[in-house]
Ligand binder design. Structure first.
Ligand SMILES: Cc1cc2nc3c(=O)[nH]c(=O)nc-3n(C[C@H](O)[C@H](O)[C@H](O)COP(=O)(O)OP(=O)(O)OC[C@H]3O[C@@H](n4cnc5c(N)ncnc54)[C@H](O)[C@@H]3O)c2cc1C
Length: 379
């Protein structure tokens, strides 16, 4: 996006990427349908960036969701708004969009060089690249760094750049939108790893969300967990663990559920009671049983079903996270996204110190900061 904005502004642009082909993470994002952006009102949209809201806002105001949608549609990929308000291309994948985009960039004169890894600055400020034919020096008039965060490193963004800017303040890259480790019993792990928990609600402190999650061998992950992942990560860093509460029946209130579960005939097992009367799926029943084994009180089953405590002991590693928190400190950047200590070098996307939930907020902020950095670099 930075390359396109710079080329539109009249610059001669070369993109250098260390992978054999470009935009691998965008292609993987396409596996989930390519959630480009979100249709909610802009002020609410901007709130999703939390503490970085005011930093990100000018870039998104300059390239808002409507502009991103128009950009996508101009590349021959009509979009639609899903029931959750999220925006996707009709194709529900990234490859046709990427193909059309690369063709347009080539027509604009943008040159793409793959297998070129940026490895730092030379003594005279030149950009050093490790290329198949050996080291190569580039001395462009301006450079936009768009090297990503550190999630899914096999797709290219491995966070190695953090060591290449030793004079720049960088908040450590941490996982964002990730799952968490839980010490499940052997029974739960072997019987239910890979099982989705559908139509649940999660609560942590004041924050709550509805959606789905997945039990895994090591813990729990999925959209609803990702939505609370930032406060959970911070709580674990401060306290060593965090207790997440799962509402296994969010569509029925506690009193009504208590009335249903109140009396269990002696001949009916707890599992059957929870299944028939409580309407719980086998995985949900196993979670209730697990909590009872761990000492949860047996006299208020409805309370347990509505707020089942699960102790999270650690975030999943950044390599498995959807995105990264942390990055180049905003104090290191001017309002055009140029590095104050490296005039002519700009940065954008996940390299910068912000995070947001899933829902299209990640790509929107990457594209918006990319456009701004590209245009400013051309200027
Ligand atoms: C599974 C998955 C699904 C996702 N789904 C969505 C979604 O639906 N919606 C959404 O908004 N977001 C989604 N995201 C997040 C989104 O893809 C990222 O936020 C976004 O791609 C980040 O863009 P970026 O340009 O900052 O970095 P990246 O897309 O990571 O690109 C960085 C580029 O820099 C290159 N690079 C890194 N280091 C060097 C180096 N030293 N030298 C040369 N090149 C280098 C890499 O090869 C890569 O091509 C998803 C992420 C994942 C992992």
């Amino acid at each position: 996006m930075a390359a396109e904005a710079a080329a539109e502004a009249g610059a001669a642009v070369t993109v250098l990427d260390h992978m054999p082909s470009p935009a691998r993470k965008l292609l993987i994002a396409g596996r989930g349908g390519l959630n480009l952006t979100h249709s909610e009102p802009l002020e609410r949209f901007l709130d999703r960036y939390g503490p970085a809201r005011d930093r990100i806002a000018p870039f998104i105001r300059a390239f808002p969701p409507e502009a991103l949608i128009a950009w996508c549609e101009a590349l021959g990929q009509p979009t639609f708004v899903g029931s959750s308000g999220r925006v996707f291309p009709h194709a529900m994948k990234a490859s046709p969009l990427l193909r059309a985009w690369l063709a347009r960039l080539a027509a604009q004169g943008v040159v793409l060089r793959t297998r070129h890894r940026w490895v730092g600055f030379g003594p005279d400020g030149a950009l050093r690249f490790a290329a198949p034919e050996g080291e190569r020096l580039e001395r462009p008039d301006a450079c936009v760094l768009a090297l990503g965060g550190a999630s899914w490193p096999r797709l290219g963004s491995d966070g190695g750049w953090t060591a290449l800017l030793p004079d720049v303040a960088i908040a450590p890259l941490r996982p964002a939108n990730m799952g968490f480790a839980v010490a499940w019993s052997e029974h739960l792990r072997t019987r239910f790893a890979g099982t989705p928990l559908k139509r649940i609600a999660l609560r942590f402190g004041d924050a709550g969300t509805r959606g789905e999650a997945m039990i895994t061998v090591q813990g729990i992950e999925g959209g609803a967990v990702y939505a609370l992942s930032a406060p959970l990560r911070e709580a674990i860093a401060a306290e060593g663990s965090a207790t997440l509460h799962i509402d296994l029946r969010p569509d029925i209130d506690r009193d009504a559920l208590a009335r249903r579960l109140g009396t269990r005939p002696a001949a009916v097992t707890l599992s059957n009671h929870l299944r028939r009367t409580g309407g719980l799926a086998p995985v949900a029943i196993a979670l209730v049983q697990e909590a009872l084994h761990a000492g949860a009180p047996r006299d208020d089953l409805a309370a347990l079903v509505k707020a089942l405590p699960v102790t999270l002991t650690a975030p999943f590693p950044i390599a498995r996270a959807i995105s990264s928190a942390g990055g180049i400190a905003w104090s290191e950047l001017d309002e055009r996204l140029m590095l104050r200590r490296h005039p002519g070098i700009f940065a954008c996307g996940e390299m910068l110190d912000w995070e947001a939930p899933t829902g299209g907020y990640l790509l929107q902020a990457c594209f918006a900061t990319g456009r701004a950095a590209g245009r400013a670099a051309a200027g």
